[in-house]
Unconditional design. Structure first.
Length: 244
């Protein structure tokens, strides 16, 4: 993974969602709800729920919130059905964008997504218009610290089933096949590693470089999308600039 770091796209988003903790908890609550609907409320037998709970804990979501989300999805505290929808399109200046959403009103969310793209000099496209530029992969991120030996981490990761591991921007990026993602993450946690972030993500296979006002226009679109309650993930192929 030489050159542009795939984690840059996600860490740029993560810093902003961390500042909006309540909104982030709401989004994770929806992940939990969908997982419970699909596979039940027992995380030992429901890998998707286990992944959602891992995301919740990584975001420091209180256990009470996690348990309440599970009970709500189980019908104990009311019932709301969410639908998974993926939108594809182009942002300003040709940046490819994929938006993953969970919504209880498909028509409302579609209209609002189109409005956000149009107002940001972008456009929604048909399914598949940009997804060919991305690859679905498990991405596990571990912060580089003095007590982590890179060779030991690589050994544990590969033994757990990882495909690749690289040091990028003071973090270790561990890539997995999507089907091996949960196994690798659980294996690393069992070995004592603290996971900074983990997700099955749409990672860009090429990147677009923008600077100045064009770069800020693209960032503005991402921020508007990420701020929407229904949006779970925003993936794009803009090359992140460390403005510091």
């Amino acid at each position: 993974m030489a050159g542009h770091s795939k984690w840059s796209n996600i860490k740029n988003k993560k810093g902003k969602t961390d500042a909006q903790r309540g909104k982030l908890f709401t989004k994770i609550g929806r992940q939990i709800a969908v997982a419970v609907k699909e596979g039940g409320s027992d995380p030992t037998t429901n890998s998707r729920l286990r992944d959602a709970i891992a995301n919740a804990k990584a975001a420091n979501m209180p256990n009470d919130n996690i348990n309440r989300s599970i009970k709500r999805a189980s019908g104990e505290l009311g019932n709301v059905n969410y639908e998974e929808i993926t939108y594809e399109g182009y942002g300003p200046h040709g940046v490819a964008v994929i938006v993953q959403a969970l919504t209880d009103n498909r028509n409302r969310t579609a209209g609002e997504m189109r409005y956000i793209f149009d107002r940001s000099e972008g456009s929604l496209g048909a399914t598949g218009c940009v997804s060919w530029m991305f690859q679905r992969q498990g991405l596990i991120v571990i912060d580089k610290t003095e007590d982590i030996d890179e060779d030991d981490l690589m050994l544990h990761a590969l033994e757990a089933g990882a495909e690749d591991i690289q040091l990028e921007d003071e973090v270790f990026e561990i890539l997995t096949d999507p089907t091996e993602f949960t196994q690798v993450r659980d294996g690393l946690e069992s070995a004592g590693y603290k996971i900074a972030s983990s997700d099955v993500a749409m990672l860009p296979q090429n990147s677009v470089k923008l600077t100045g006002e064009q770069y800020q226009q693209a960032l503005s679109l991402f921020e508007k999308l990420e701020d929407h309650d229904d949006v779970q993930n925003v993936y794009h192929n803009l090359e992140f600039i460390d403005e510091e």
